[in-house]
Design a protein around this ligand. Structure first.
Ligand SMILES: [Zn+2]
Length: 149
């Protein structure tokens, strides 16, 4: 009679996605750590007034990270002057660092851009950008923090 196998794997498969370092915090923690404007944008999907954000005309070279969790989001060399009133980029620093989902709010169908790490709302992406991607990542300054080079 064969012995019952007792070697069933007990350790779960190592996760290979970036989900393992997701940043999950309570509403209270976020309110404590973020400025009211950062909280409104990142956690409540607010949009800052156009031409009001601190990075709209930013020209310094560097890396834009998430204001909520520090995740690398955009490089300054993909930033361009779109005239739309918000910092605009042609592509994310790393595709895996952002999530995109359909947003049907405000009577429009748009593509929302979120931080893949803390799920914070960043802005929207539109298909009217310049070459090489043809995309315009329209991002709230309040969702970003520039780390100058
Ligand atoms: Zn984040």
């Amino acid at each position: 009679m064969p012995e019952a196998k007792t070697t069933e794997a007990k350790t779960p498969q190592a996760k290979t996605t970036q989900a393992q370092d997701k940043v999950i915090k309570s509403d209270e923690q976020w309110r404590h750590e973020l400025s009211p404007m950062q909280y409104a944008v990142l956690r409540e999907k607010a949009t800052e007034r156009p031409f009001s954000g601190e990075y709209e005309h930013e020209r310094r070279a560097g890396t834009y990270v998430c204001a909520g969790c520090g995740n690398v989001l955009f490089e300054s060399d993909t930033k361009f002057d779109s005239g739309c009133g918000w910092p605009s980029f042609t592509q994310p620093a790393l595709e895996s660092h952002i999530n995109e989902q359909t947003d049907a709010s405000h009577g429009m169908i748009r593509t929302e851009v979120l931080c893949a790490k803390c799920s914070g709302h960043l802005g929207h992406v539109f298909p009217d950008g310049p070459t090489p991607t043809g995309l315009r990542y329209c991002i709230n300054s309040a969702a970003l923090r520039l780390k100058p080079k």
